[in-house]
Design a protein around this ligand. Sequence first.
Ligand code: ADP
Ligand code: VHF
Length: 368
Amino acid sequence: MAESCKERRAEIRKRLRVLVVKVGSNILTGADGALSGRSFSRIARQIRRLRDEGVRVVLVSSGAIAAGRERIGFGRRPLSLAQKQAAASAGQTALMGQWEKAFRRHGLGVAQILLTPSDIADRERFTNLERTVETLLSLGLVPVVNENDAVATFEIRFGDNDRLSAYVAGLVRAQCLLLLSDVDYLYTADPRIDPEARPLPCVRHVNDRTLRMAGLSRSGLGTGGMSSKVGTAQWANGWGLPVGVLKGDLPTGIFRFFEGKTGTLFDTDRSLPSNRKIWIGQFSVPQGELHLDAGAALALRSGRTSLLGRGVASLSGDFLRGETILLKDPQGTEIARGIVRKSSRAIVPGEEGLLVHRNDLVLSDPSP
Ligand SMILES: Nc1ncnc2c1ncn2[C@@H]1O[C@H](COP(=O)(O)OP(=O)(O)O)[C@@H](O)[C@H]1O
Ligand SMILES: N[C@@H](CCC(=O)OP(=O)(O)O)C(=O)O
């Protein structure tokens, strides 16, 4: 492995205070599809060690649907959405039971959190959630997060836990996200299909080529496949979060990852913003737009000024004070996102007054 990649992992490890670990369904189940204790206990042991070394860990665990299939007797046959949701509901208790047992052996308690995208998009729910997770961590518990599959619909769902885990990492402002899978690296092609595929220890800029390597295939019980891990890494790297993909059922895999001995590091040279800025820039759903004049657009791009009403030429959408809006230049290009201090009804374009404070502004990436 190139020295710089190894050094980066050591650096991330040194700065690590909060880590999010996501565990895929495949490593939590045996060949028969039933939950199998081995990975649970290996992961719990490593998390205990991390905790002893001062790292707070939030777990995102898949496996509810796999566990529910077994419980209900669905086997491996394709399921309708309603059947999957029923399986998730029945399986979630079995899944938590396994985590509870595994962590108890190491003197740690667990706490369950089930999320839907609206819990993240709404500022108040997001901050409540943040407080809850923070309290759980300071009480020494391990939060175990999963999607609330029972209520999620096709339109309103994270879709897979790779993406959910990046949201959780933003929520707790983790310095790293680890995706534990049944494969030890991102390879140049799916290693189950192409025996010539080479492992990639370090990826610096995820691009279309990287996304193509992951293809569309996925293993037995997984939902997202490697492509959802690579897509998640691309998104998370974009706002400053390094992401690792590694094999999850090894006794000391997490430590070996940070020693540079296994796994792929999707690295970024951006520094991690505050979680408020992560929320504004990535997680919130903009409710409207302010169209700026050329002077205001230029000033805003410097990233150091607040937006005053006199720089606004027009607006669109129906938004409330405290919601997120897009700020666009006269050509219609998005410059930034920010939390607005007045509702759309109270704004008169061109009129004096603070509309978005610079602390509530996040500059958007210039389009490539
Ligand atoms: N380029 C690739 N490198 C590594 N694994 C790949 C690649 N392309 C496809 N895969 C497949 O992705 C699978 C992991 O994704 P997935 O089944 O969703 O697991 P999980 O349950 O851990 O989320 C691997 O088992 C592997 O066969
Ligand atoms: N919420 C689902 C997990 C969906 C999912 O992303 O699964 P995986 O690809 O195994 O991480 C469950 O608990 O079964």
